[in-house]
Design a protein around this ligand. Structure first.
Ligand code: SF4
Ligand code: SF4
Ligand code: FES
Length: 814
């Protein structure tokens, strides 16, 4: 545990955690230090040098110097002011005169600091070079505007894990020599570096998250769709929560009327975030354009819908709804005796119940922040290429920033994961056979647990055996050499220490669980090496496991890991509000009788997708709350108006207790706090003040687990994947988000093995169904498992799978 210390900044006594950067301590205490290039949660780039301060009489960079007890810090001195002003002058050299049309104008840090430092003349010059604009995936890069602060490079590496950006040579003339002699020292050093570089891009590694756009302090990186559409200062910022995945990250819908239409309805122009606190996935950032546009209330259909609900035996729905809506559905179940069916939330609910049956607590003990802060992190059951982006970011961030190490277990051989972390081997990827997840979790328990109940430790013991291995090490050996004295010609003995390789046999404990995982003793050695100086552990458990044929036992083993190891565990809710729904609704597996669907196909359907009999608002048209991955209830606000009926309107026709708005139910949820009393922000100390955290209740428990199953999936295997940046039918309806073709994706080696060519049409047949699809190569995929991604309602790839995301398939060219 780091110690609390006291430092003095500009005469103010500030409490701080030892080892924290001066800049963060200043910010937490409301003391302003100019800084352009520092990004909280990432490594300092030390590019701008604006954050110069004086600490105990010495000039240091506040974003890179750590506080020590009793430190005296001054944020402004005469010399520092001179340096900062020169830095801003240099940044303005050759900067194009296009503020009038630049997207960043009004929120540009170059504009702000130029004014703040009082730059009113230009003492510096260098010949400009041609710097043409490029289009990179979802964004465009204007190197003319780039100040090479490297924030984009840093966030892509330290947070996102893509490493798709780097500095490249600018090809400019060298700076005039006289500047080195006459300019303020730091300003010259900054300029000299800036003048040599620009930013380069590797498209194959980019996941189109747009986080680099978010961190860019100037207009150099901009969303191509947003560019030149509006002035930043005209936009109204509406705080909300990501409606597309269970991070439910704080985001802002930025809204204005449509510019050219007569009917001045509102439009979302962009989604932004404060990247010091949260990072957004591509779906959250760019998938804002879908909403359900409804002109008026359809009274006739509304009456019909009320009747359908009154006569329903089953309501089937998914987890893209608010807690308030889930609460209304549960009330309908209670009052009308209707079955509620939601496969995703039921799988998750069962998983959590089994988990809790071991831990004795209703919720898991970890949060995303724990993952960010850990230095040893394991992921099982998540395909990081397209599942749970915020967990991927936290996993990568932990390895990159905490001198951390990570183990990534997944059947799909995704080469992009190897880019996580810093240079050097800090991540071990274990691409195992499907169905081996149970053995993996037993293996983690075996390696890390202490004081396990006798029955479980003797079961794990049954897999162990003593083995010996050769260990070669280099020792220092003293040898004696005869050396001739050149003057006397006499020979004498001289002792010398030389390195010598010695091989010895050592005994070690092997576990046959490694055979089931498809690994060997080298994994034990890797883990041993990785564990040096590690003291904060987290395990993220993913979506593959909730529908696993052995989900019940897997959940229990995860519970044992929480109980008997130091790991903080996060059980990633598979959809936006899977956790909220699973805490509010009593769910059934069976569809029966009269079925009404909410956003799900049924004989009678109400839908926010515009494909039902009665329209409903989409999540960016509603106020309400979600329960996110951190077990936190967070509020979301409506960005766009909605003229039709809501689920609450239907409920008001059924219940005696009528509510004017859906959010009137918020105060009946969990901790009974009214919607208007929920905050949705972070403070300067990085503290999250969004909503509230759910209580983890005591539940009855026992420690009964079952033995390892020997079931396997053989033959050609396919995986039910999310498309990149897509999570549901709503993101699939977004025009902004690029669509992966619905196809069978294979590695080049698998394509060869199957004797197919790219673009062939194949018939894929499983025990559940069959479908014809086109074949595509995924260059970042290796190995023999193919995947099928889709949310295209016209292509039902889900019918190939019976719950578990892996199945064997017969693939034949058509
Ligand atoms: S593109 Fe933006 S964030 Fe990246 S180096 Fe240039 S100014 Fe900085
Ligand atoms: S969009 Fe995301 S992945 Fe692509 S370069 Fe930017 S930060 Fe990296
Ligand atoms: S913020 Fe410290 S060098 Fe830029």
């Amino acid at each position: 545990m780091s110690e609390l210390i006291t430092v003095n900044i500009d005469g103010k006594q500030c409490e701080a955690v030892e080892g924290e950067y001066i800049l963060n301590v200043a910010r937490a205490n409301d003391i302003f230090v100019p800084a352009i290039c520092y990004l909280t949660r990432c490594s300092p780039t030390l590019a701008c040098r604006l954050c110069l301060v004086e600490s105990n009489g010495k000039q240091v960079y506040a974003c890179n110097a750590k506080v020590k007890d009793g430190m005296e810090i001054t944020t402004t001195t005469e010399n520092i002011t001179k340096e900062r002003k020169a830095i801003m002058e240099v940044y303005d050299v050759n900067h194009p005169l296009q503020c009038g049309v630049c997207d960043q104008s009004g929120e540009c840090e170059l504009q702000n600091y130029t004014l703040y430092m009082g730059v009113d003349k230009q003492d510096y010059a260098v010949k400009d070079v041609d710097r043409p604009t490029s289009n990179w995936g979802v964004m465009s890069y204007d190197p003319g505007l780039c100040i090479v602060c490297e924030k984009c490079v840093t966030v892509c590496k330290d947070m996102i894990g893509s490493n798709a950006l780097s500095t490249v040579k600018r090809g400019a003339d060298a700076l005039d020599k006289q500047y080195k002699a006459n300019m303020p020292k730091d300003a010259y050093a900054m300029w000299n570096k800036l003048n040599k570089n620009l930013i380069g891009f590797e498209e194959e590694n980019c996941i189109d998250c747009g986080e680099c756009i978010s961190v860019c302090p100037v207009g150099a990186l901009a969303s191509t769709d947003f560019k030149y559409t509006t002035n930043a200062w005209e936009l109204e910022k509406i705080p909300a929560s990501n409606p597309y995945s269970s991070d439910c990250s704080l985001l802002y819908y930025e809204v204005k009327h449509k510019s050219v239409e007569e009917n001045q309805v509102k439009k979302i122009y962009r989604v932004t975030n404060d990247s010091h606190y949260t990072s957004l996935s591509g779906a959250a950032r760019f998938g804002f354009d879908y909403h359900n546009e409804v002109d008026a209330k359809d009274e006739l259909e509304f009456k019909n819908a009320v009747d359908k609900f009154k006569n329903a035996n089953t309501i089937t729905f998914n987890s893209y709804i608010t807690n308030e809506e889930a609460y209304i559905l549960q009330k309908m179940k209670d009052e009308l005796d209707i079955n509620l069916v939601n496969e995703d939330a039921l799988n998750y609910q069962n998983f959590l119940k089994n988990y809790s049956s071991i831990t004795g607590k209703s919720l898991y003990n970890g949060t995303l922040k724990d993952v960010h802060n850990s230095n040893f992190v394991i992921s099982v059951g998540t395909y990081f290429k397209s599942d749970a982006p915020s967990v991927r970011f936290a996993f990568n961030n932990a390895i990159s920033m905490n001198k951390g190490a990570g183990l990534y277990f997944h059947p799909l051989n995704d080469k992009s994961v190897e880019r996580f972390g810093k240079k050097g081997k800090t991540i071990e990827t274990i691409f195992h056979a499907p169905m081996a997840e149970e053995a993996i979790l037993y293996f983690i328990l075996d390696q890390f647990a202490t004081n396990l109940p006798e029955q479980i430790s003797s079961y794990l013991e049954s897999f162990r055996e003593k083995r010996v291995k050769d260990v070669t090490e280099t020792i220092k050996e003293t040898i004696v050499e005869m050396v001739k004295d050149e003057e006397t010609g006499e020979e004498k003995e001289v002792k010398k220490v030389v390195p010598k390789k010695v091989t010895t046999q050592v005994e070690y404990t092997y576990t046959k669980l490694l055979d089931v995982i498809g690994s060997d003793e080298s994994l034990l050695e890797t883990i041993e090496a990785m564990l040096a100086k590690k003291d904060t552990f987290s395990l993220v458990v993913g979506e593959d496991l909730y529908s696993h044929p052995k989900a019940q036992n897997i959940a229990k083993i995860c519970g044992l890991i929480e109980k008997y190891t130091q790991f903080k565990i996060v059980i990633i809710p598979s959809s936006t509000n899977t956790l909220g729904v699973s805490q509010i609704c009593e769910l059934s597996p069976e569809l029966s009788g009269n079925i009404v669907g909410y956003n799900v196909d049924a004989s009678y359907q109400i839908s926010a997708l515009g494909d039902g009999s009665l329209d409903m608002p989409s999540l960016n048209q509603q106020e309400g709350t979600f329960v996110n991955i951190d077990k936190r209830l967070v509020p979301t606000n409506a960005a766009l108006p909605y003229a039709g009926y809501t689920l609450n309107d239907i409920a008001n026709e059924i219940f005696n207790d009528k509510k004017e708005n859906t959010i009137d139910y918020t105060s009946e949820l969990f901790q009974k706090v009214a919607f208007d009393d929920l905050e949705n922000s972070f403070n300067n100390s990085m503290e999250e003040t969004r909503g509230y955290i759910l209580d983890s209740k005591d539940v009855t428990w026992n420690e009964i687990v079952t033995k390892l199953s020997e079931d396997k999936i053989e033959g050609t295997i396919i995986y039910n994947a999310n498309p990149i940046n897509q999570f549901n039918e709503f993101t699939a309806s977004s025009l902004n988000l690029s669509k992966e073709k619905t196809a069978l994706y294979v590695s080049s080696s698998m394509l060869e093995k199957l004797e197919l060519s790219e673009n062939d049409t194949v018939n894929i047949k499983t025990s559940n169904g069959d479908i014809n699809l086109n074949v595509q190569i995924d260059n970042l995929l290796d190995g023999d498992i193919a995947y099928v991604p889709t949310f295209d309602k016209t292509i039902d790839t889900k019918k190939l799978f019976a719950g578990y995301r892996f199945t064997n398939a017969n693939i034949k060219k058509v």
